[in-house]
Ligand binder design. Structure first.
Ligand code: IPE
Ligand code: MG
Length: 227
C-alpha cells in the first residue's frame, strides 16, 4: 500500500491526512476481497524499515493502527473475516500490540477470509528468524539437516499458515518489492499500478484481478503441458 504521502503532498496536505485516507482504501479492498471470495489478503502496513521514518510519523501510524482496529472490528465481524498479523510484533507499542491481539482473539472463529496485516514486517528479518529456529532444532536433534525442505522452511516463517502469494499488487508506481514476502512470492504474479493508495478503490482491485486472470501461470512448465 504505497503512495499515501505523495497523495497528500499533491493536495498540499500533511502526510498524516494521506495515511488517514489510506485507511479508507483498506476498508474498500478488504470488503471487496471478501465479497468476491478471496480467501487470503495480506496488507503490507508497516515494514521493519519504516521505523526509520521521523518519530512523529511513526507515532501517527501507530495511533492510526489502534484507531482503525477499534473502528474496523465491526467490518471484520460483519464480513466474517479473521484477522492475523505477521512481523516482529514485539516491536509494536504496547497499546497497538494489545489492540491487535484483542481483535485477533475476537475474530478467531471467522472463516470467510483471513486478513493478514504485515506489521514491523521485513522478509529478511523473517528469514533470519527461520534460520535461527531451524538451526536450534538441528542442534537439539529435533530435525536432521537432510530433512530440511520447502515445507520445513514454510513452517518456520511468520506466514506458516498461509499459502504462497498468487498476486502481489503495489500501488504508486514504484516497481520494487521492498522486503515483502521474498520467499513466498517465488511464483507470484506481480502487478504495478500508478494509482496512489488512497485512490485505490474496489474497481481498481477488480482491474488488477482481471489482469491476473488473463495471465498464464506456468510454474516452469510449457504452455502445452498446461492445457
Ligand atoms: C504507504 O505510503 C504507507 C506506509 C508505508 C505506512 P507512504 O507513506 O510510503 O507514501 P509515499 O511513498 O511517501 O508517497
Ligand atoms: Mg512509500
Amino acid at each position: 500500500m504505497d503512495g499515501n504521502g505523495r497523495w497528500a503532498k499533491q493536495q498540499g496536505l500533511l502526510r498524516v491526512i494521506g495515511h488517514e485516507n489510506g485507511t479508507k482504501s483498506v476498508r474498500e479492498v478488504v470488503e471487496a476481497s471478501a465479497e468476491i471470495g478471496i480467501k487470503h489478503l495480506t496488507l503490507y502496513a508497516f515494514s521493519t524499515e519504516n521505523w526509520n521514518r521521523p518519530k512523529i510519523e511513526v507515532q501517527t501510524l501507530m495511533k492510526l493502527l489502534v484507531k482503525s482496529l477499534k473502528k474496523e472490528i465491526k467490518t471484520l465481524q460483519d464480513n466474517d473475516i479473521k484477522l492475523n498479523a505477521i512481523g516482529c510484533l514485539d516491536d509494536l507499542p504496547k497499546k497497538a500490540k494489545e489492540e491487535l491481539q484483542e481483535v485477533i482473539e475476537k475474530t478467531k472463529n471467522n472463516n470467510r477470509m483471513i486478513l493478514t496485516l504485515a506489521l514491523s514486517y521485513g522478509s529478511r528479518d523473517e528469514l533470519i528468524n527461520m534460520v535461527k529456529k531451524i538451526s536450534d532444532k538441528v542442534k537439539n536433534n529435533i530435525i536432521s539437516t537432510e530433512s530440511i525442505d520447502e515445507s520445513i522452511i514454510n513452517k518456520h516463517l511468520y506466514t506458516q499458515n498461509l499459502p504462497d502469494v498468487d498476486l502481489l499488487i503495489r500501488t504508486s508506481g514504484e516497481q520494487r518489492i521492498s522486503n515483502f514476502l521474498l520467499w513466498q512470492i517465488a511464483y507470484a504474479e506481480l502487478y504495478f499500478t500508478h494509482i496512489l493508495w488512497p485512490d485505490f478503490k474496489k474497481s481498481d482491485l477488480y482491474t488488477a484481478l482481471i489482469d491476473y486472470q488473463n495471465r498464464e501461470r506456468r510454474f516452469g512448465k510449457t504452455s502445452e503441458q498446461l492445457s
